[in-house]
Design a protein around this ligand. Sequence first.
Ligand SMILES: *Cc1c(COP(=O)(O)O)cnc(C)c1O
Ligand code: SF4
Length: 454
Amino acid sequence: MIDIPTEKEFKYKAFTALNFRQIPQISSLSDEQIEAISVVSHVLPFKANNYVVDELINWDNVPNDPVFILTFPQKDMLLPEHYNLMKSAIDKGLSKEEVKQVAHEIRMELNPHPDGQMDHNVPVIDGHKLTGMQHKYRETVLFFPSQGQTCHAYCSFCFRWPQFTGMDEWKFAMKETELLIKYLQEHTEVTDLLFTGGDPMIMKNKVFAGYIDALLEADIPNLQTIRIGTKSLSYWPYKFTTDVDADDMLRTFEKIVKSGKNLAIMAHFNHPVELSTVVVQKAIKRIRATGAQIRTQSPLMRNINADADVWAELWRKQVNLNCIPYYMFVARDTGAQHYFKVPLVEAWQIFQNAYQQVSGVCRTVRGPSMSATPGKVQVMGISEVNGEKIITLRFLQGRNPDWVAKPFFARYDETAIWIDDLKPAFGEEKFFFENELNEIFNEHLNKSTAGHFE
Ligand SMILES: *Cc1c(COP(=O)(O)O)cnc(C)c1O
Ligand code: SF4
């Protein structure tokens, strides 16, 4: 049973580069901070809303407040040369088009498409490229519904930033449910369908239910789990409490569960403060009452949550609220990575320290994990073997499923921040998967990745 909301509807108001000066709390910032928001938001996407501003950010703690850094552009998110380039373009009074061109040139230097996402993982059906889908790991297909490719607010570290700046024009997006269904029917190895974006929970229930009804009607036996990747519990929990169609959305969730499929909300929380409001706790309860599970994931980010105690508290709070800790990710090599990056060795130390502080019920979490070209690679730890200090890694997901769960070893390197920075241990020339990875790309994609790991 779903309880009827008692409080009155809370209205969403977005703040962007155009109107952020209307936020009353902005007047407490220095001129330099306000200028930084304006300059950086010409390059990286910026959107906040009244819930984030009024309930999550502690303005007494700005500029160090984690949610402020999570949502508001900071000067150091651009390299000094990029910042100065954009600032002088604005100061010189260049035309809108010219400023856009400068922004584009800077963005091209920020590795807008890490992990070859544009080419490597797009499935094909009857010779037709399904650009709104990705199928990288055998069991799970990602689906990018075209109406779900924006968010209630933007994370300053987001690796989908090119699509929010208009750079990709929603290239990963699709409307055609029939093609999705056909693909799932033909690929019986697929058990999981993950709705992602952007944030699919930006969709009105009417639109979302359209996809779900078609999928359930098609009655695809291999499809066992429907997942929804979302940050709405953090950025707009009213989605599930007082929005006009909140109850209808929960009924759609119930429908999925009643059909016998597992419904997993893959909720994105970066900091315990996002779990602290009455409304998010109520939203979690209402979602859980539909029979859906909530699994949680977050990247580890300098200046936001690079602290073991923060993670331990995050996992504990999640479990207390009936959510299941799932993944800790490492910052991707894109956008403002220089600002957020945590070296792999330090990431593992933070993970270990946090993991040691919590009981087994929180230890469903896995990490720190890199979503890299060959797969999801977990840093398992640091050890010493025959006098050589090494980093032990393993695949949590592999482009080839045979790679999964097999430990492999890299030379100890405190400065490495991504798998590309690591060298094989024990004098080996290559990691065990490298030849095969190159073959996969050469055969199926006619594309060489030579140099990627060298
Ligand atoms: C993480 C991820 C998945 C899901 O992996 P699980 O380990 O099953 O959660 C699927 N596809 C891609 C491309 C991913 O990055
Ligand atoms: S909610 Fe997800 S997709 Fe949206 S900006 Fe944040 S990380 Fe990116």
